[in-house]
Design a protein. Structure first.
Length: 112
């Protein structure tokens, strides 16, 4: 699966993380985009398209400030564990920009 939102970066294959997209910037910074993060990003794109460019700029700023980043779906149980890397979830990007998506999912009522 291609991640067109990151086409401005150089993609490379990391054998240690075959299911995670890996990218390099022109400045030599390296970052990974886990599937869970990407799924969340697409959720924001669908629900908050009017502000999606701000989220992508926020991601770019995180990459510029940190030479090694893993964008993860859940920092408590990431796909990828890399020493010296900073971990960020989609909410770490969107919340400071005051861009929210309400999670309306809830558990089943069965069994109550």
């Amino acid at each position: 699966m291609l991640y067109p939102e990151f086409s401005q970066y150089e993609e490379f294959f990391d054998e240690s993380a075959p299911l995670v997209h890996a990218y390099k910037t022109k400045g030599g910074h390296v970052f990974y985009v886990e599937p869970g993060f990407y799924e969340g990003l697409i959720g924001y794109k669908e629900k908050r398209y009017d502000r999606f460019d701000e989220i992508m700029k926020g991601i770019d700023e995180v990459v510029k400030k940190n030479p090694r980043v893993v964008f993860t779906g859940n920092f408590e149980s990431p796909f990828l564990e890399k020493d010296g890397f900073v971990y960020r979830e989609i909410q770490d990007i969107a919340d400071p920009l005051l861009i929210y998506v309400e999670d309306k999912s809830r558990g089943s009522d069965y069994g109550d």
